[in-house]
Design a protein. Structure first.
Length: 600
C-alpha cells in the first residue's frame, strides 16, 4: 500500500492489517505498508524525501542516493528508471507529495481507491478492496468473461467496485491534502530502426534483463519448453555467472514436438537439466492449494493454478529463488495482420512483397487482405461495432473480421441476458474520443497483448511467492518491448522466418539449428485432457454455480456445454474462460458481504 503523507482518519493503527513491513515518509507517517522480501525493495532517504525501487532492477542504492541528492529527485529518478533493466515500481515521497508508477508492460501495475478522505494506491487490487470496503463488481466479472480476451480498456477493469487500475503509462501523485493526480510517464518510441540495429539493441536488452535476475543470487531456474522464447532466455541465463537449472516437460500429445527441441537445446546448454515426469503432474483445473495472495480476480492462467504452484515447488526444491520463463515472446515478437496495416499506412512501398508473403502464410484471399490494408475504422468505432452485434456466439463459428484492432470479443452462448447487456453497454458507451494504445495498429496490438500477458505474470508471481520463488518474464521488460516497438514495421518481417527480430538478435547466441525450427507446438489437446479429467468436478460446480448466483451464467446451459462435444479449440477457449472465473470464485476465501453486495 502506498499512502499519502498525512494523518489517517482512523489513526496510525489503521494500517496494521496491511502487512508486517513498512517504510515511513520523512515526516514519520506510514508511506509503504505491506509484505515484501528484503531484496525486493531498495530505498534511499533524506530529510526532504525518500525514493524507492520495488521489484527486479539493475538500480543500486548508491544510484538512488544520487537521485535523492540532486536538485530534482523525481525527474532524476524517472530518467534513471527509463534506462535501467528489470521490471519494477518507481516510488517517491518528496516535499509532501507521494508519487509512483509501474511498468509499461503491466508486469508491475498500480491501483487506486478512496476511503472517506484518504486516497491510497497499491499493487494489489484486493488489498485496496479491503481498504475501501468495496464489494464485488458484477459488471467487472462479466467483462472478464469475454473470449478470447476483453479488449482495452475493458481488460483494465477490476472486479472490485471502487478500485480502479492506473493506466500502465501513467504515474499517480497523492497530495497531503487528499487529491490524486495522473501524469503520463511513458510513451511508445517511433518505429524507425532497421533490422541490423534492432537486432543488436534487442540482444543487449535481453541480456540485461536476464542479468538483472541473475544478480539477485547464485542460482537461477528456467523453463526450457523447446520454443524460441524460453530457449533464448535459457541461453542468456547460461551466460550469466550463476548455477542454472532448466525444467522441461513432456506432452500428452504424440504430435507435439517441443520435447525434441528442448532436448536439443539442453545438449548445448551448461547446467542441470530436469525432465518433469507427466505421470501424476497436474492438468488444467486440478485442485490447487488455497491462495491468500491470489485475490485480485480471475486471470488468464487461472486454469493452470495447480500446475503453476507445482512448478514453483519444483524450482524451490532445486534451490532456486528466481525462475525465468519465455512468457511474453508471442505477444512481443509474433507478427500479425496489424503489422501489415501499419506498414501500408506508413507508406512503406517496399513492404508490398512482404505483405503478399504474409497474406499467403495466413491463407487469406487477396480481397480480404486488401480490405484489411484499407480499413480506416477508428478504435472507438470498432468497440461500438463489436458491442452492437449479437455477443453470445460460439467463437468457433463467428465470421472473421477485417479490422485488426483486435480479436472480436464474444460471450459464450451460456451467458445470461444480464451479462450480455452489461458487456454491450461497456462496449458501446465508450466515448467517441477514446484513443487506442497507439494510433499504429501494430503498436496497439503489441502493447495490448504484452500488457495482458504482463498482468497474468504479475498474478502468477503472487502465487509462486508462496513457495518462496519469484516468477520472471525477461522478455516483458520495458527495455525489451521498447526495442521491438522502435523497430520499423518492415524490419519486423522476414518471409519464412518465425519471430524474425528475436531470431536476428539471437544469432551467435543460440545454436542456428534451434533458431531455424520450422514448427510451433499446439497445446489444444491439453484442454481436452483437462476437460475429460475434471469433468465430474466441473459438473458439481453447476449445482452451486458462483457465476449463477451473480446472474451471469445459466448453470444448465453451462452443464450442457461441459457434457457436449467441442470439435475445435475456439469453443474450448470460451468454456475454459468461464470455468476459470468460476474456479477463482470458488478457490479464493471471500468475505460474506462480497456476494451480497455485488454491484452491476
Amino acid at each position: 500500500m502506498l499512502l499519502p503523507d498525512r494523518e489517517l482518519t482512523e489513526g496510525p493503527e489503521a494500517s496494521q492489517g496491511w502487512g508486517a513491513r513498512r517504510v515511513l515518509h520523512p515526516s514519520g507517517r506510514p508511506w509503504l505498508v505491506g509484505d515484501w522480501a528484503n531484496d525486493d525493495l531498495v530505498v534511499a532517504k533524506a530529510p526532504h524525501g525518500a525514493i524507492a525501487i520495488m521489484g527486479v532492477s539493475s538500480i543500486t542504492s548508491g544510484q538512488l542516493a544520487d537521485c535523492l541528492n540532486s536538485p530534482s529527485p523525481r525527474q532524476r529518478l524517472a530518467t534513471l528508471a527509463r534506462r535501467s533493466a528489470g521490471s519494477f515500481y518507481v516510488l517517491a515521497s518528496v516535499n509532501g507529495a507521494t508519487w509512483g508508477h509501474g511498468t509499461a508492460s503491466g508486469v508491475c501495475q498500480l491501483f487506486h481507491g478512496r476511503r472517506n478522505d484518504v486516497c491510497a494506491v497499491s499493487n494489489s487490487a484486493s488489498m485496496l478492496a479491503e481498504f475501501t470496503d468495496s464489494p464485488l463488481s458484477t459488471s467487472g466479472v462479466a467483462a472478464h468473461l469475454l473470449a478470447p480476451s476483453p479488449p482495452w480498456p475493458l481488460d483494465q477493469l477490476t472486479i472490485w467496485d471502487g478500485v480502479t487500475a492506473v493506466d500502465c503509462d501513467v504515474a499517480v501523485t497523492l497530495s497531503a491534502g487528499g487529491e490524486i493526480r495522473f501524469t503520463q510517464w511513458w510513451s511508445a518510441p517511433e518505429a524507425v530502426l532497421g533490422a541490423r540495429e534492432a537486432a543488436s539493441l534487442l540482444a543487449e536488452a535481453i541480456e540485461d534483463a536476464v542479468a538483472a535476475r541473475a544478480d539477485r543470487g547464485s542460482s537461477l531456474s528456467c523453463d526450457l519448453s523447446g520454443g524460441l522464447d524460453s530457449t533464448s532466455v535459457a541461453f542468456a541465463a547460461a551466460r550469466a555467472d550463476v548455477a542454472l537449472t532448466t525444467f522441461r516437460e513432456g506432452s500428452n500429445d504424440p504430435a507435439h514436438d517441443d520435447w525434441r527441441w528442448a532436448e536439443l537445446a539442453s545438449e548445448a546448454l551448461t547446467g542441470r537439466h530436469v525432465v518433469v515426469d507427466l505421470e501424476g503432474a497436474p492438468v488444467d483445473f486440478d485442485p490447487a492449494p488455497p491462495s491468500v495472495s491470489d485475490a485480485d480476480g480471475p486471470f488468464a492462467w487461472q486454469r493452470a493454478r495447480a500446475g503453476i504452484s507445482a512448478a514453483a515447488v519444483r524450482a524451490a526444491q532445486a534451490g532456486s529463488r528466481d525462475h525465468l520463463t519465455g512468457h511474453g515472446g508471442d505477444e512481443v515478437f509474433d507478427v500479425g495482420p496489424a503489422n501489415d496495416h501499419s506498414a501500408f499506412q506508413s507508406g512503406a512501398l517496399r513492404y508490398a512483397r512482404l505483405s503478399t508473403a504474409s497474406r499467403l502464410n495466413r491463407r487469406w484471399t487477396t480481397a480480404r487482405h486488401l480490405r484489411l490494408l484499407a480499413d480506416r475504422t477508428s478504435y472507438s468505432q470498432w468497440l461500438a461495432g463489436a458491442g452492437s452485434q449479437d455477443l453470445r456466439q460460439d467463437l468457433a463459428s463467428s465470421p472473421p473480421g477485417t479490422s485488426v484492432w483486435g480479436s472480436q470479443p464474444l460471450l459464450a452462448p451460456w451467458m445470461t441476458d444480464d451479462a450480455e447487456d452489461m458487456v454491450r453497454t461497456m462496449l458501446t458507451k465508450t466515448p467517441d474520443t477514446l484513443a487506442p494504445l497507439s494510433p499504429w495498429r501494430a503498436q496497439h496490438a503489441l502493447l495490448s497483448g504484452a500488457r495482458q500477458c504482463g498482468a497474468a505474470m504479475r498474478r502468477c508471481d503472487q502465487i509462486t511467492r508462496e513457495a518462496g520463488v519469484r516468477w520472471h518474464a525477461p522478455l516483458l521488460d520495458d527495455r525489451v518491448i521498447e526495442v521491438e516497438m522502435a523497430t520499423s514495421f518492415e524490419a519486423r518481417v522476414s518471409p519464412g522466418t518465425y519471430k524474425p527480430t528475436l531470431v536476428a538478435a539471437m544469432v551467435g547466441r543460440v545454436p542456428q539449428e534451434l533458431l531455424g525450427r520450422p514448427s510451433k507446438a499446439d497445446f489444444s489437446r491439453d484442454m481436452y485432457v483437462a476437460l475429460r479429467h475434471n469433468r465430474a468436478e466441473m459438473l458439481r460446480w453447476c449445482d452451486d454455480l458462483r457465476l449463477g448466483s451473480l446472474e451471469l451464467v445459466d448453470p444448465q446451459a453451462l452443464r450442457a456445454s461441459i457434457l457436449g462435444n467441442h470439435p475445435t479449440p475456439p469453443s474450448m477457449i470460451q468454456l475454459f474462460t468461464t470455468l476459470a472465473a468460476e474456479s477463482w470464485l470458488r478457490s479464493v476465501p471471500m468475505r460474506g458481504r462480497v456476494y451480497e453486495g455485488a454491484k452491476p
